[in-house]
Each structure stands twice: as structure tokens, then as C-alpha cells.
Design a protein around this ligand. Structure first.
Ligand code: AMP
Length: 118
């Protein structure tokens, strides 16, 4: 199970710790949200747990309360940016486009979002 307190080599653990800068959108007891460096929509925010977990399924098994808190936070972020509708994406595994292995939900909103995704 890839869940632990923090990983010293993880870029998102460093953002959670405040060791590297990010445009923080919200912070809760269990989560931190910040704008994606390479935004793909007018709202493109990443929501991460404070604890290190590789992906959403690992997090949900090891700490379901934290996974639930992360999911609740996604709507607050979208609404905070003025959007009732949003897309939530968890790329899971390198072959699915995951490049940072600290679970993060992409909250995307503010433009037409086509289906199927690329
Ligand atoms: P994924 O490909 O699903 O793992 O998404 C990783 C996302 O993290 C990408 O959209 C990157 O643009 C974003 N990203 C990587 N490093 C940072 C950073 N330091 N601050 C904000 N976003 C980042």
C-alpha cells in the first residue's frame, strides 16, 4: 500500500509542507488545493491529501475518511470559482497519464468539456 505520512522526494508533499510555492486555493485539516501550473481550463485546481498516497484507490483503502474529505472539497472549489458543473479527474497509473504519484483530483471547469476525454 503506497500510503505514508510524507515522502521527502514528492513535489506535492513539498507543496503541502510549504517548502515550494503554489497558488493555494483552499486548505482543510486533511487536504490542500492549489492551481495547476499548466492549467487546461479557466478553473484547473489540484486537490491533494496532506498524507502521501500514490493514488485514489490506495487512499480510499488506507484512509477512507481522507478520501471522502477530498471528494467533498472538490465541489467547494468549483463553486468557489463560480461553477456548479465541473469535471473531476484522477489519472491513475502512468499509462493513464499520471505523472505525479501523490494522489490528486483535477477539478476542471469554466469551459465546454467534451466527452470522451483525450
Ligand atoms: P497528472 O499528470 O494527472 O499526474 O497531473 C499532474 C499535474 O500536476 C499536471 O497537470 C501538472 O501540470 C501539475 N503540476 C506538476 N507540478 C506542479 C506544481 N509544482 N504546481 C502545480 N501543479 C503542478
Amino acid at each position: 500500500m503506497h500510503v505514508s505520512g510524507t515522502d521527502p522526494d514528492c513535489v506535492f508533499c513539498k507543496i503541502v509542507a510549504g517548502d515550494i510555492p503554489a497558488e493555494i486555493v483552499s486548505e482543510t485539516e486533511r487536504t490542500v488545493a492549489f492551481r495547476d501550473l499548466n492549467g487546461q481550463a479557466p478553473t484547473h485546481v489540484l486537490v491533494v491529501p496532506r498524507l502521501h498516497a500514490a493514488d485514489i484507490a490506495s487512499l480510499a483503502v488506507a484512509a477512507p475518511d481522507v478520501a471522502a474529505a477530498l471528494l467533498v472539497e472538490t465541489r467547494r472549489i468549483a463553486v468557489g470559482d463560480g461553477h456548479e458543473a465541473y469535471r473531476l479527474v484522477f489519472n491513475t497509473g502512468a499509462d493513464a497519464g499520471q505523472s505525479v504519484f501523490h494522489v490528486h483530483g483535477h477539478v476542471l471547469a469554466g469551459r465546454d468539456l467534451t466527452w470522451p476525454p483525450g
